[in-house]
Design a protein around this ligand. Structure first.
Ligand code: SAH
Length: 376
């Protein structure tokens, strides 16, 4: 198979700044109000189909679509689980790169498969095609990095999920996106500018953005310390998640190779700094791997590492290891998981065990590999 062509995706309206959008419309010789109309179609109406922009003359519609709304994401395949309330989508990008996103709807009345709790929907999105961080237990890390996604390629994953929910395509009637997690393929902090621009577009009020609360957005990182520090200065109260997976450098060097660059103590300092700057409680992600990082003494060590005037600033999310092809590791025994939880709680650390939603469609944490089975 030919190697994908490297390069930037075609320019999209979503990639332009405010001023650039205004200028772009003027450069085409169109009336100024076309600018606001296009914003509204994309961000309010979630419409990337120019045929639907009926308040714009046919001629202008076509010119706008050709210049600013290229089809960047092509749906290759949808896979469903949980009675259709979990949907993993495989997307093909303009250069043949493949990425995945996962839509999860919870608490649909009368649909037990969607889980308990209040009705809500989360979209898990990718920020890169592949990933360069090479964590050995993660499927995405095994194929290396292909390229960064553009702002539009990131945002359009959210736009598609929001449109499907609104249009009632997911069981439970018309709905909306409450949470967006940068926990799909890639290391968001390694594609900082596009991730930040996409986050601003997600959180900007209508019609310049999707109008979703920053509190509903989680950016997850393997621990790129300078970028965590930078994010703390952006004035965007998003939730930071840090994938720690080990409290000691010896093991973390193996589980997260970037640890050879930024050590556990530096990563935890940066995470606490994020809390201090934003007041947002930080999530620590910890995949429980049988006999690797799930020993009782490591639970104690984790609690110690996270202690900063108490533990109120942090929340630990334990993820039972999800299976990935070729990995020698498996999830912890139930008893070891329970003991790990008990020890954290005994030391005052807030902890939850994440559900393994989407596992049977390889849509759970660390399972996104974006393989097009038809062509592989
Ligand atoms: N690169 C970012 C974003 C990915 S988020 C980061 O590392 O945070 C995906 C989460 O799933 C990360 O916490 C990752 O460490 C975790 N993960 C990866 N492989 C996993 C697996 N096989 N089982 C459970 N969690 C896994």
């Amino acid at each position: 198979m030919a190697a994908p062509r490297r390069g930037k995706p075609p320019r999209h309206w979503i990639d332009l700044t405010d001023a650039e959008r205004t200028d772009a419309v003027a450069d085409l010789g169109m009336a100024r109000f076309r600018r606001g109309q296009l914003d509204r179609h994309l961000f309010d109406h979630l419409s990337t189909e120019s045929a639907e922009w009926t308040d714009i003359s046919r001629g202008d519609r076509e010119v706008l679509a050709e210049n600013f709304v290229p089809p960047l994401l092509t749906r290759v395949r949808d896979q469903q689980a949980d009675a259709g309330t979990t949907v993993k989508t495989l997307w093909r990008l303009f250069d043949g790169s493949l990425v995945e996103s996962v839509l999860m709807r919870y608490g649909v009345p009368g649909l037990r498969a969607s889980g308990r709790g209040r009705e809500r929907a989360t979209v898990c999105i990718s920020s890169q095609a592949g990933c360069g961080m090479a964590c050995p237990f993660c499927a995405t890390g095994q194929g290396g990095l292909q390229r960064n996604l553009s702002t539009a390629e990131i945002l359009l994953q959210v736009v598609d999920a929001a449109r499907r929910l609104r249009d009632g395509e997911i069981p439970g009637g018309s709905g909306r996106v409450n949470n967006i997690v940068f926990m799909g393929m890639g290391e968001p902090m390694a594609n900082y500018a596009a991730v930040l621009a996409a986050t601003r577009a997600i959180t900007s009020p209508s019609p310049r953005g999707l109008g979703i609360s920053a509190r509903g957005v989680t950016i997850s990182t393997v621990g790129l310390v300078p970028r965590i520090q930078k994010l703390a200065t952006e004035g965007l109260p998003v939730t930071l998640a840090v994938s720690l997976h080990a409290p000691d450098d010896e093991l973390r060097d193996e589980l997260c190779p970037i640890n050879t660059r930024w050590k556990v103590a530096e990563v935890v300092d940066a995470a606490h700094g994020y809390f201090a700057a934003t007041g947002r409680r930080v999530s620590i992600e910890y995949a429980l791997i049988r006999d690797v990082n799930d020993q009782a003494w490591r639970a104690d060590a984790l609690a110690d590492v996270l202690r900063r005037d108490g533990h109120g600033w942090v929340h630990v999310n334990l993820i039972p290891l999800n299976p990935t092809p070729g990995s020698k590791w498996t999830a912890s025994r139930r008893a070891d998981e329970q003991e790990f939880v008990r020890r954290l709680e005994a030391r005052g650390v807030q902890v939850t065990v994440r559900d393994t939603r989407g596992r049977e469609i390889d849509g759970a944490c660390g399972q996104l590999a974006a393989v097009d089975r038809a062509s592989s």
